[in-house]
Ligand binder design. Structure first.
Ligand SMILES: Cc1cc2nc3c(=O)[nH]c(=O)nc-3n(C[C@H](O)[C@H](O)[C@H](O)COP(=O)(O)OP(=O)(O)OC[C@H]3O[C@@H](n4cnc5c(N)ncnc54)[C@H](O)[C@@H]3O)c2cc1C
Length: 316
């Protein structure tokens, strides 16, 4: 119930105004958001890199309502890629297609994202397309495949809570597309996604094994060289991580064939511990002024975060 309430609040304008105008809103959000500018985010990445952790940079913003806003997002990503190259931090970028205009105009969205992927290619970098809610799943894969006709430095995310994902994963790995596997963060109907968390968790482990099996057959050396189809296991769940660690031992998967991924500010000690153990670790580093929906989704995932925020909000 609490999760549903917060997923509703993530889109409610009145709640957005209330939280973003309060200094406590930013104080709590800054646990999960690296800063409002790209320079602040680059400094955070520098600190992560010093601990042996790679990053993926996300300029916050989604569901834009005009193509001018989509252009603005495109420029922000072009700047971010330049800043990554100039600062030499170890980071790629992640983006959401609705921020590039997917809900308004597919062709304009493709044109915008293509500019970012092209710039990433020129600076030897990689672009990850995040997966949003199911009204956008098919178009996301379609747009990705159009980009892959020209570029190999672009990959996508698949969500373990969707029934369709096993089939998608098999098709995408056959095309040597680099995947991030996550559980899924949106509110989906029971005809599309497992309503029970235990079923999503079981599917996550099943899909992780499948992904490792498919990756074994395509070694980084066989792939394009610039972008091996290294899967990313995005989770903070220690049970998922333990299952993946056991699977890679059993399958004798080399550690350079996969990476763990987590969100900035969540399970920091675990991130550092995995890096120290010699696993490739990547942290998703969001920045920008449009932090509200991202922040509220993080609250929805963890009641303790909600309690901290709400109790302080009303105390003031
Ligand atoms: C790098 C990365 C990229 C992602 N990209 C996408 C995407 O493109 N599309 C998409 O739908 N979703 C994405 N997600 C979100 C993902 O789908 C889940 O909603 C989120 O990761 C929570 O699931 P979990 O696997 O961590 O497990 P859960 O079962 O939710 O959590 C396991 C444990 O992790 C800790 N934890 C989890 N979340 C929090 C939190 N917010 N605060 C504090 N502790 C927490 C808690 O200890 C919890 O018990 C991404 C997640 C990561 C890490």
């Amino acid at each position: 119930m609490l999760r549903l309430l917060f997923l509703y609040l993530s889109t409610a304008q009145w709640a957005r105004a209330l939280v973003t105008r309060s200094s406590l809103g930013w104080l709590t959000a800054s646990r999960f958001v690296a800063g409002e500018t790209v320079d602040a985010a680059i400094e955070v990445i520098r600190t992560l890199n010093a601990k042996g952790i790679n990053a993926t940079l996300d300029h916050l913003g989604e569901s834009v309502s005009t193509l001018a806003e989509a252009d603005h997002a495109t420029e922000a990503y072009l700047l971010a890629l330049d800043k990554i190259a100039a600062s030499k931090v170890r980071s790629n970028v992640s983006l959401k297609l609705t921020q590039f205009g997917l809900a308004l105009d597919y062709t304009a969205c493709l044109r915008n994202v293509r500019r970012v992927v092209e710039k990433a290619y020129a600076t030897q970098n990689f672009v990850r397309i995040d997966m949003e809610d199911t009204p956008f799943t098919d178009q996301t894969f379609q747009l990705l495949r159009e980009l892959r006709r020209e570029f190999d430095n672009v990959g996508v995310v698949v969500q373990a809570y969707l029934y369709r994902t096993e089939e998608d994963l098999l098709a995408l790995t056959a095309e040597k597309i680099r995947l991030r596997l996550c559980k899924g963060a949106y509110n989906e109907p029971p005809d599309k996604a497992f309503p029970k968390k235990a079923d999503t968790d079981a599917n996550y482990v099943k899909l992780a094994n499948l992904l490792l099996d498919r990756t074994q057959t395509i070694s980084p050396a066989d792939a394009s060289g610039r972008t091996p189809p290294m899967p990313g296991f995005a989770t903070h769940d220690e049970q998922m991580i333990a299952a993946i660690k056991a699977a890679v031992v059993e399958k004798k998967t080399p550690r350079e064939y996969f990476e763990f991924q987590m969100l900035y500010g969540i399970r920091r000690e675990l991130q550092e511990q995995l890096a120290k153990e010699g696993y490739a670790m990547r942290v998703y580093v969001p920045y920008g002024t449009e932090w509200y929906p991202y922040f509220v989704r993080r609250l929805a995932e963890r009641p303790a975060n909600v309690w901290f925020f709400v109790s302080n909000f009303f105390r003031r």
